[in-house]
Structure formats: structure tokens, C-alpha cells
Write a protein that binds this ligand. Sequence first.
Ligand SMILES: N[C@H](CCC[C@H](N)C(=O)O)C(=O)O
Length: 270
Amino acid sequence: MHGLGNDFMVIDQISHPVELSAEQIRSLGDRHRGVGFDQLLIIAPPTRPDADFSYRIFNADGSEVEHCGNGARCFARYVLMRGLAARSPIRVQTRNRLLELHTDDNARVSVDMGEPDFAPASLPFVADTRQPGYQLNVESYGTVDFQAVSMGNPHIVLTVADANTAPVGSLGPELYSHAAFPQGVNVGFMQIVDRDTIRLRVFERGAGETEACGTGACAAVACGIQAGLLNTRVRAVLTGGDLTIEWAGAGQPVIMTGPATTVFEGSVLI
Ligand SMILES: N[C@H](CCC[C@H](N)C(=O)O)C(=O)O
């Protein structure tokens, strides 16, 4: 499945109990020798009474992570198409959040992504006391300014003049693996087109640049609204297509709406 070109392998662990090692996940994610994906999504029974399902997310490098926005939309379509869920909304738990997923008739899914957390410790971001605010010295780039926010998974957002020419492939990896982020970080490059529109590219932790990043779009819009630069309903234009992101401000959840597409299904020998 994919959400705007951010592609996933989805395993229904309820019907097919399977445990995979990080090495097996990496080999399944290999685009030449395996199935190939940005993330693997595993659907499992819930472990808390207020959830209908739980949902585990693994990056292509085998690392397990806390959240995946595009994956949540694909998850909702999958469980409804397979009759695993009878109705919308669907409540699904990730490692650290409870999401509520709503589907409409034209294959679009709205996800309550929970509240953004701007506290540095939520990433975690270990601030360099010599650097005021959110700045880092990066070897080949000098001082880099950014905003930091957790959507359950860690994001930093750089505001750039033109997303098309932003140094995603060079600066992204340097920031993603910077010592200031002990658990790594997703790096968003946001161009503010107007108060209702951004262009965004994301170098994702554990996957590299993807065609779209749902939590990244939520993180970027929340940072833009927090900085007073965006209205409360924004069109996020990503390489793979558009998401609608809404955030009414502190104490409110971010709502993400977009498509979810099934490409094929099959079986794989592990
Ligand atoms: N690479 C992310 C997980 C996938 C997020 C992205 N695919 C989305 O749609 O939110 C991380 O390591 O936190």
C-alpha cells in the first residue's frame, strides 16, 4: 500500500501470527532483493481496552518507531476492506499514542494524530548550551536554525525559500544522525507558499527522503502555526501529492486527511 508514494508492506498479524527480526525486515524492505518499502506496518490485537487494534511500525532499516501518519491511513483502509473492522471511526494504539481514524466514501482517511509536543525532551533534543535557541553547528553547513516537535516520533523543521532546491540529500543525513538527537530525527524542509499552503520534503529517520511523510506534514504545519506564519487549515504539497492538515492550536490534536491506496497483495517466503 502507499500514502502519496510513501510505500508500505502491511502484515495482518491477527490472521498470520509472525515475528520478524530486524534483519528479516531489512531484507523484506530491500527494493531489489525483497518486496521493497519505506516502512513495514504490522496489524495486531490491542493491548489496551480503549483500542480496537494495535499497530507497529518499522522503518526500512529495521528500526521500530512510534508513529507513521501515511501508514495510519493505509491501516484504516486495510482493516475496513478486509472486514477486520465493521465501522469508522477505528481506534488504534501505537507505541505511545491512541489514534482515531475516520474514513469517508471516496477512499480518503482523516486521522486524529494527537497533540504536537514542542518540548525538546520529547524528541529528545540535547541542546548545545553554547547555541542559543534551536541552532546547531553542522560541519559542512555552519549554523542551522530549526524548530523541533514530536508527533509521537521526532521531527525538526527547517524553513527554506524553495523546497525544490533545498539540500535534502546532503543536510538531511547530517542532521538526522547528529549527536544532539540521541534517537535520531526526521528532517523536514518547509517552504511557506502562503498562509494556507506549504511545500514540504522530508528526509526520514531510517528511510531517507520519501515521497511523502504524514507525521512530517503535521510537524511542519504545527511549527508554522506556532510561529504565527500559517492559518489553522493548510494544504501540504509533498512530492507524492497533497495532504490537508488542521490544527486549532495548543491543547488540540492535529488532524491529517489524505488518500490511502492498495497496490497489490501477495505472499512471501520468510
Ligand atoms: N521515519 C519515521 C516513521 C515513518 C513516518 C512517515 N512515513 C509518516 O508518514 O509519518 C520515523 O522514524 O519516525
